[in-house]
Design a protein around this ligand. Structure first.
Ligand code: SAM
Length: 196
């Protein structure tokens, strides 16, 4: 039962992230999925920007990129995604310069690949390097979401580092919100950042 409760809350936080992005991302715009995984968020972003827009996706696991490609071709009858099998710390190098400062939504869903190796997880150092690039790539009124999971090994430290990173952002430039799925220390946390 506890497991089901946690999953329900985890789902609803992911849904909240999608809901928040829906208000900011339109057809024809550009988005990034910084942790592609099985591609559920990539599919969501790709549907939202439609065939005139473009979604860039990153994952260090080829297995994830392949799984996402399958989901994308099952769900969409157009191709508007470019997936890169590399770390998100290379965001700025892989995204062509004409898109820099024009990305309307960026999603980070940290942790491990569901159904994959639980030892291959996002790491604080590369996550922070990627987040620093992400805020530069964002357009005015663009939105960045970060789903963090303090409940798994290494996840607590990563979540703490993200909280610190949020604190040092310029409040005149960004709105920052933190949504906790419950009061439990191990419960997933959604960070939501809008660039003014
Ligand atoms: C929780 S899953 C993402 C779920 C995904 N957004 C979805 O909708 O299915 C986290 C993913 O981050 C990937 N990952 C770990 N470190 C990474 C890095 N440095 N750069 C990009 N992806 C990374 C993992 O391989 C894993 O697939």
């Amino acid at each position: 039962m506890i497991f089901q409760d946690i999953m329900k809350k985890r789902n609803s936080l992911t849904e909240q992230a999608h809901q928040l992005i829906l208000n900011h991302l339109k057809a024809g715009e550009f988005a990034i999925d910084a942790t592609v995984g099985n591609g559920h968020d990539t599919v969501f972003l790709a549907k939202q920007v439609s065939d005139q827009g473009l979604v860039f996706g990153f994952d260090i696991q080829l297995q994830a990129i392949e799984s996402a490609q399958t989901n994308l071709s099952n769900e969409l009858n157009f191709k508007n995604t470019k997936l890169f099998n590399t770390s998100h710390e290379n965001l700025s190098d892989f995204i062509p310069s004409q898109y820099h400062g024009r990305i309307k939504a960026i999603m980070f869903n940290l942790g491990y690949l569901p159904g994959g190796h639980k030892t291959i997880i996002t790491q604080s150092d590369s996550t922070l390097l990627a987040l620093n690039q992400a805020i530069e790539l964002l357009a005015t009124h663009g939105v960045l979401t970060i789903m963090a999971y303090p409940g798994h090994s290494g996840g607590k430290e990563e979540t703490q580092q993200i909280k610190q990173w949020c604190k040092q952002l310029n409040m005149n430039e960004f709105d920052i919100e933190q949504i906790n799925s419950s009061e439990k220390e191990t419960a997933p946390v959604l960070f939501f950042i809008i660039k003014h």
